[in-house]
Design a binder for this molecule. Structure first.
Ligand SMILES: [Zn+2]
Length: 482
């Protein structure tokens, strides 16, 4: 590909503050990377001469592609299913629907999710992936999606009912637990194989270890987690202390709580990202801050499941690295990082009176871009518009009736932009979405395929969903919120 100049743009640059007008300028894309950035007339003229072709962005915003740092792809084909229960009970349903998906269901889910995200300005995601038997088909779909993905296959061999001390009748327990899971050695072998085959493919696929949650992994899996992380140098992504019940489990099982125990096993470091982290104690937050862990905040999912308010103001005060995520479609709803940013900005205002503790537009945009890049292990590659970074870019039109600001700055962008404002999305120097069309793959065909499989998914999930409904009352007496 020849050097392409994106000119007449309003640039979101790393050093911007919330209130200053976005500078007018241009970005030169050469191959997969940003070759140069200019935010003054002389600079633009100089890089213009290096361009083989030019696109006039007509004053639209050019920002780093958004990073959805916590997502479960299969959820996109089970929208409209149960979301009126707390996590532990809701999880029975999401597992039930998930088990009913075949290879085609998983591929369709991934491409539907990619279409939604690319249209919403999201260029990268971490797919915390639950189906060990379908990792190859999933990676193939991610590769075709045109997106950048951190693929984190889940490791888990312990069940919530055991952890919570819920005594299910043996026959119901057998159905809830489903087919026997692969052991630690088999999961480690599977991870080594897909890492060798896929990690770094086209610069767009990264393999991450994906323990489901620390308490859902046996000591054998903790050991495999530590060994694989050391051997392969990969980043790790896990759920952490999402509900109060999980915090109680942590304190019951480990003297100083879950995070201290993880630290004793060498699992808490700057390659770890943790989703939710709502029910952390102050000393645990200090440990996360001191260790350089990225906390991925999922405010929409947290509210929908009634899980609680993540202590974002405290994380921010302690200097904890933050990213943002949408979680699954069947909990967090839309993969709309603009909505997630707005909530991340607003929620601390409801729980903390001091305005100095409230994150501003600059910070929340940073969490949705550079923060997510850090969780993916790509902090030096994506999340910023800067020379040498990969060309993951989003074009946003702020001229509509609902958006047109008096001053076009980060505050206006974070507070007023929506996915409907996104005009184009570029991943690794290629347009993946532009002028209303997904260019990376055949979106209408994916929608058609989904329409044809809906009834099949509903029928296939019926027995498992009935099992979930039968198990729910056993989970009713969990610790409540303070
Ligand atoms: Zn999740």
């Amino acid at each position: 590909m020849e050097p392409l100049l994106l000119e007449n743009a309003r640039l979101v640059l790393p050093d911007a503050d919330a209130w200053s007008p976005l500078p007018a300028g241009a970005v030169l894309v050469d191959g997969a990377r940003i070759a140069a950035v200019a935010a003054d007339a002389g600079g633009v003229e100089a890089i213009r001469r290096r361009a083989a072709s030019r696109i006039d962005l007509a004053g639209r915003v050019l920002m780093p592609g958004l990073v959805n740092a916590h997502y479960h792809s299969y959820g996109t084909v089970v929208r409209g299913t149960e979301n009126s229960l707390p996590l532990e009970q809701w999880a029975l349903y999401t597992v039930a629907y998930g088990r009913s998906l075949d290879d085609e269901g998983i591929q369709t889910a991934i491409l539907l999710g990619a279409a939604e995200m690319l249209r919403a300005g999201v260029t990268s995601t971490i797919d915390h992936f639950a189906h060990a038997g379908r990792v190859d088909t999933a990676l193939d779909a991610h590769h075709r999606s045109g997106m950048r993905v951190g693929f984190a296959p889940m490791l888990h061999d312990r069940f919530d009912h055991d952890l919570l001390g819920i005594d299910l009748p043996p026959e119901l327990r057998r159905r809830v637990e489903g087919p026997k899971r692969p052991g630690a050695a088999d999961m480690a072998a599977l991870f080594r194989r897909i890492h060798a085959q896929w990690h770094g493919r086209d610069g767009r696929i990264a393999l991450l270890l994906g323990p489901n949650a620390p308490q859902r992994c046996s000591p054998g899996l903790w050991m495999a987690w530590a060994e694989l992380a050391a051997e392969l140098g990969v980043h790790v992504h896990t759920h952490l202390l999402e509900t109060q019940a999980q915090a109680s489990i942590g304190l019951r099982h480990w003297r100083d709580g879950m995070i201290a125990e993880m630290a004793r096993h060498g699992l808490v470091n700057d390659r770890l990202s943790v989703a939710h982290a709502i029910w952390t104690a102050p000393e645990e937050r200090k440990l996360l801050a001191d260790s350089g862990v990225t906390v991925v905040h999922n405010p929409v999912s947290n509210l929908m499941l009634g899980s609680g308010f993540a202590p974002v103001a405290d994380y921010r005060a302690r200097g904890v690295a933050l990213g943002l995520g949408s979680d699954g479609s069947n909990t967090g709803g839309r993969h709309d990082l603009f909505e997630v940013m707005r909530l991340a900005m607003m929620l601390p205002r409801a729980t903390t009176a001091d305005p100095a503790a409230w994150p501003d537009a600059r910070e929340t945009l940073g969490w949705a871009t550079a923060g997510g890049a850090r969780a993916l292990g790509m902090a030096r590659d994506i999340g910023r518009i800067a020379a040498g970074y990969r060309a993951d870019l989003t074009v946003v039109d702020m001229d509509g009736a609902a958006e047109a600001p008096l001053t076009l700055n980060l505050a206006a962008l974070a507070q007023h932009a929506t996915p409907a404002c996104v005009r184009a999305t570029m991943v690794d120097g290629r347009w993946a979405y532009r002028d209303g069309r997904i260019l990376a793959f055949d979106e209408p065909a994916v929608l058609q395929r989904f329409a044809a499989m809906r009834e099949r998914i509903v029928a296939a999930s019926k027995p498992e969903v009935a099992t979930a409904a039968e198990a729910v009352p056993h989970f009713a007496k969990l610790p409540g919120r303070c």
